[in-house]
Design a protein around this ligand. Structure first.
Ligand SMILES: Nc1ncnc2c1ncn2[C@@H]1O[C@H](COP(=O)(O)OP(=O)(O)O)[C@@H](O)[C@H]1O
Ligand SMILES: [Mg+2]
Length: 258
């Protein structure tokens, strides 16, 4: 897997008011197989818009997204998505939610059940297979959403603030769970968060974005092995530096760039 973002730009047009809202400006980035790259930036800067472009959901934008050299023009099974809202089907059990993509592909019931069970075991969710989403904790619901995405074996996984609605202890547990999973599967993940601590705990690289329209301010490389110590000197140093850049950006009064 090789992902290339070339000269990405996006301007929203508010048809009712006739105004233009520049959301993304000249973003270039390359991501290699197995990398965990976080995107952090001020609220409303264009992070979700960037992920939508990469996913193929956004139809009009500047630049190109290349996945293994092929232009991404529409959503496909090659690119998996996990959002903050779990978006599980409330009328389907855990197992039926996880199997969903395989069912759409036309896989027969027995075969998809066998694969789903493998994921339920891998995710430590045995015993909850027949429960409905409303009978599961927030952390478990998000694990189901991740399993449902990974069961399709996407080349690239996009996550948009996936742990944003969880309490801080569950959030930490989920971060550890995700790191554990990554050791086993070597997924390539592009992860949006506004939580700097989370990005320092998880990432191989942290891409820091500016205010809207989002452009890349800095890229940090993190080489500390996993599991990481959240309170180590190196973690604190990087956290301090990223927070400093974001603070400076927040306090700058540059006019909105077009
Ligand atoms: N469909 C849309 N139409 C008009 N403006 C939009 C649309 N989607 C997002 N925006 C605007 O683009 C900016 C970036 O949004 P978004 O990518 O959701 O930010 P973030 O995820 O970083 O919080 C925001 O100012 C938002 O209001
Ligand atoms: Mg967002």
């Amino acid at each position: 897997m090789h992902l290339e973002l070339i000269g990405l730009g996006k301007i929203f047009v508010d048809a009712a008011q006739g105004t233009k809202i520049p959301a993304i400006s000249s973003i270039d980035l390359q991501i290699e197989q197995g990398e965990f790259v976080s995107i952090v930036g001020p609220s409303g800067c264009g992070k979700s818009t960037l992920l939508r472009i990469v996913s193929g959901l956004e139809k009009s934008f500047e630049g190109k997204v290349l996945l293994d050299g092929q232009e991404v023009l529409r959503p496909s099974n090659d690119i998996g998505l996990v959002f903050q809202q779990y978006a599980l089907f409330p009328w389907r059990t855990m197992c039926e939610n996880i199997e969903f993509g395989l069912e759409i592909m036309g896989m027969v019931k027995e075969e998809r059940r066998t694969i789903a069970e493998k994921y339920i075991n891998l995710f430590g969710m045995q015993g909850f297979e027949d429960r409905y989403p409303c009978q599961l904790s927030g952390g478990m619901q998000q694990r189901v959403a991740i399993a449902r995405t990974l069961i399709m074996n996407p080349k690239l996984v996009l996550m948009d603030e996936p742990f944003g609605s969880l309490d801080s202890q569950t959030r930490n547990d989920m971060q550890e769970f995700l790191m554990d999973l990554r050791q086993k599967r070597n997924d390539t993940i592009l992860f949006v968060t506004h939580n700097v601590d989370e990005s320092v705990f998880l990432s191989d690289r942290i891409v820091v974005l500016s205010k809207r329209p989002a452009r890349i301010l800095r890229i940090f490389e993190l080489t500390a092995p996993h599991p990481r110590d959240r309170t180590s000197k190196i973690a604190n140093d990087i956290r301090r530096e990223v927070i400093g850049i974001l603070r400076q950006e927040r306090n700058s009064h540059s006019p909105i760039r077009n």
